[in-house]
Design a protein around this ligand. Structure first.
Ligand code: ASP
Length: 439
């Protein structure tokens, strides 16, 4: 059994957090490959080391002095090293990094040093081998991830290492410069390493005990999600539920490796398992509820629309031409609605509307704004009758007017459009009917 364990920035923010991480790793002999982030925030208002590095590098590029900012970064590491009594001196590394900043080694190089130093520190603390990600994670010339070359290199290099720390977030370009993934990208490194060593499990340690059924800012203390499938996660992530970097799913999913989201501060909590499929019955019909505000709807009416060949294409063409992607498209016999992101749409609305007029001569076009979309997601919905009915009766009882309904053909989700002012009320009502009343 092999587990790859990734620890996020808040899990490595201070000496105390490093201690917890070591305890977690030592508690399970199969946790052999460790992927750390850079130290994150220790308290509200604190700055992540990655952000400190970005601003330091900006100063360097402008030819300004960055000494005091750099000292602050050194302090973050040195205080951890001192407090934990680690036999490690990073002075040489700091000097090299400083020289590379002056030599303009690049913003990505600068940011990556957070993980690099964090990896060195953790490796020394654990007594594990340090494997630089620059040697095993590769990008193509065009900046895309080189999965083939990386998979081979990870497998070969880590075969030779019984236990190792591999810093997250970065890899090498073909010309040996450093490139990072997008923000939060240590999740991606963890996933790549897990797939490369053919791990049995990818544990992603963070500061929450997994995914919650809905946003805790809306419902107090929502229940955690024990098991979620990749497909369900994708639906919820699209609606803004984020715990994991989106690109972190692909490598492990392809290799059939489950992910377990765990809480460094509550290691005994089960967390959330993300799996391809499961025979485990979900506790509730609904796995998760997530939503977003900021949508607009363009409603189009035309008599006999349904028999007009190419009508839909001609309408959508106008959105495409103006670079606006549409999110949903519920339709009736003589009506069609296009749901878009309001902020983007507003800038192009007149071009799009006049284009539609010219192209399809509708009887009526109107625009509704300030719409919120709520996705009710659950693999359990497929085999259950009356889910939609229950959702809508809950919303009616809560005096929420439903403006749009869209059920995906997979029967995995129902998307509901409500006015933004009803958003929180609607989420609460749906949570209540499915979770609190255990229907
Ligand atoms: N340290 C990087 C960031 O702050 C990457 C990560 O933590 O995953 O985005």
């Amino acid at each position: 059994m092999v587990k790859v364990v990734k620890f996020g920035g808040s899990s490595l923010a201070s000496a105390e957090q490093f201690r917890k991480v070591a305890q977690i790793i030592y508690a399970d002999d199969t946790r052999r490959y460790v992927v750390p982030s850079a130290p994150g925030k220790r308290f509200d208002g604190d700055t992540k080391v990655t952000d400190m590095l970005y601003s330091c590098y900006s100063l360097a590029v402008k030819g300004k002095s960055f000494d005091s900012e750099f000292e602050a970064i050194k302090d973050r590491y040195n205080s951890i090293i001192e407090e934990l009594n680690i036999d490690l001196n990073l002075e040489k590394e700091f000097e090299t990094i400083k020289a590379c900043f002056i030599g303009r080694a690049g913003r990505d190089y600068a940011a990556s040093r957070g993980e690099y130093l964090s990896g060195m520190t953790l490796a020394a603390y654990l007594g594990y081998e340090f494997v630089d990600s620059a040697e095993i994670i590769f990008f193509n010339e065009d900046g895309s991830f080189d999965s083939k070359r990386t998979a081979k290199a990870v497998a070969n290099r880590l075969e030779a290492a019984e236990r190792a720390v591999i810093p997250g977030f970065y890899g090498s370009m073909p010309n040996d410069t450093i490139k990072t993934f997008s923000r939060g990208g240590s999740d991606v490194t963890g996933s790549i390493v897990a797939s490369g060593v053919n791990a049995d499990l990818y544990e992603n340690w963070t500061d929450v005990s997994g995914f919650l059924i809905c946003d805790p800012r809306i419902v107090e203390n929502p229940e955690p999600i024990r098991t979620i499938t990749y497909k369900e996660l994708r639906e919820l992530a699209y609606m803004g539920a984020t715990v994991l970097h989106e690109d972190a799913i692909f490598p492990v999913r392809k290799a059939g490796i489950p992910i377990n989201i765990k809480n460094t501060n509550e290691p005994d909590d089960a967390g959330t398992f993300i799996v391809e499929s499961t025979s485990q019955k979900p506790l509730y019909t609904v796995t998760g509820i997530a939503g977003k505000k900021g949508f607009a709807v363009v409603n189009i009416e035309k008599d006999m629309m349904n028999s007009e060949l190419g009508f839909g294409r001609k309408v959508l063409e106008q959105f495409e031409k103006n670079g606006i992607s549409f999110e949903h498209m519920p339709s009736g016999i003589d009506t069609m609605s296009i749901v878009v992101h309001q902020e983007e749409f507003v800038k192009k609305e007149q071009e799009i509307l006049s284009g539609i007029h010219r192209n399809v001569h509708p009887d009526l076009i109107d625009i509704e704004t300030d719409l919120a979309l709520i996705a009710v997601v659950g693999r359990g919905m497929k085999s259950e009758r009356g889910t939609a009915g229950r959702i809508f009766s809950a919303l009616a009882h809560a005096h929420v007017n439903v403006k749009m309904i869209d059920q995906g053909s997979s029967e995995l989700n129902i998307i509901i459009g409500v006015h933004e002012r009803d958003f929180e009320k609607a989420v609460k009502a749906i949570y209540e009917i499915f979770v609190l009343q255990r229907l």
